[in-house]
Design a protein around this ligand. Structure first.
Ligand code: FPP
Ligand code: MG
Length: 335
């Protein structure tokens, strides 16, 4: 069973006592969001909203708020809204990836088919927008809308660039910035905006969120190749099967083992799923994962540099702890 990111953290340090109650409030707000829907929709929304997520984005909102003056009611709503946006994107993502399991449960597309899953994702997105529209002025709402656009843009680019051997490593980083780091950045910058902090601090926190989001997606991309479905609680191996060229692929295509490099490049050129069963035991594979993990670690280290600009506080320590936990998850991909 997949353990919550925060549970894992909590077991290591007591810092998350800080936001335990607020995370419960966020869960309660999410549960309330099914009420506006009619009786024919509510049971589906109830099922979709019941998922046990890791609550990373709400955690970032709450800790950023706590580290910059205190958690307000608006932060609770905002944290719930971001989690719903994230859930909406996953409902759609599982359709695109034909994934049948997430968070140890069957996905909406597996339960009810693609059509209903897409509509439920849209409904969640719309409800998240309703929540967000009450929170701040036009500047705040515009930032939110731009982030959702970037998130969608990242997915469109990903879908249109499957098996694209011309896609550069810089393109990969830009793609994962859009599809994953945007919401991490929005979590931290939005929390700071609700706190009415100055633009420079908002930008710093946005940068920290971006770095964490990129590191997290690198971890997720490594996990897709190294993890076990039982532990991850979701369908894995979809990247290699679908032609999503993630960071380990770049290192494999550039591997000093010419045999491996040619094999992987050949598969990409022929748009042929790469068979990792034979590759997994090779030094080239381990090296590709190691190099990818190092890229992730470099970003969490940079994220901490930004973090140290905030005044020292228990919430800042908890944010630092999250970055160290991400380092551990990255390292686990190498073992
Ligand atoms: C997970 O990626 C998916 C995302 C990071 C974003 C998905 C976004 C969309 C489908 C656009 C639609 C957006 C909204 C708001 C409705 P992954 O497949 O690499 O990770 P996984 O292994 O968890 O599936
Ligand atoms: Mg997916």
């Amino acid at each position: 069973m997949a353990f919550s990111f925060f549970n894992k953290l909590r077991n290591k340090k007591e810092h998350l006592k800080l936001i335990r109650q607020e995370l419960d409030r966020v869960r309660a707000v999410i549960a309330q969001q099914i009420e506006p829907f009619g009786p024919h929709v509510r049971p589906y929304m109830d099922r979709v909203c019941r998922g046990r997520g890791k609550l990373i984005r709400p955690g970032l909102v709450l800790l950023t708020a706590a580290a910059t003056g205190g958690i307000r009611d608006s932060h609770i709503t905002y944290a719930a809204m971001l989690e719903m946006l994230h859930m909406a994107s996953l409902v759609h993502d599982d359709v695109l990836d034909k994934a049948d399991t997430r968070r140890d449960e069957p996905t909406p597309n597996a339960l009810w088919g693609n059509e209903l899953a897409v509509l439920l994702g849209d409904s969640l997105l719309a409800q998240a927008m309703v929540m967000g529209s009450d929170l701040g002025g036009p500047r705040f709402i515009r930032r939110m809308a731009l982030s959702v656009r970037e998130l969608c843009e990242g997915e469109v680019e990903q879908s249109t660039r499957l098996w694209d051997a011309d896609m550069s490593r810089a393109d990969y980083y830009e793609l994962i910035r859009k599809k994953t780091a945007t919401l991490f950045a929005l979590a931290m910058s939005g929390a700071a905006m609700l706190q009415e902090l100055d633009d420079e601090t908002v930008d710093h926190l946005e940068r920290m969120g971006t770095l964490l989001g990129i590191a997290y997606q690198i971890y997720d991309d490594c996990l897709d190749l190294t993890g076990s479905e039982d532990v991850a609680g979701k369908t894995l191996g979809t990247d290699a099967a679908k032609g999503k060229l993630t960071l380990p692929f770049y290192f494999l295509m550039e591997s000093s083992s010419e045999d491996v490099a040619a094999r992987v490049r050949g598969c990409v050129e022929r748009r042929e799923p790469i068979d990792f069963t034979n590759l997994r035991g090779t030094d080239a594979f381990h090296e590709a994962i190691r190099l990818s993990v190092d890229e992730g670690l470099a970003r969490t280290a940079e994220a901490r540099e930004v973090l140290w600009m905030l005044p020292e506080s228990p919430a800042r320590a908890a944010l630092a702890e999250m970055t160290y936990r991400l380092d551990e998850l990255l390292e686990d991909c190498c073992s």
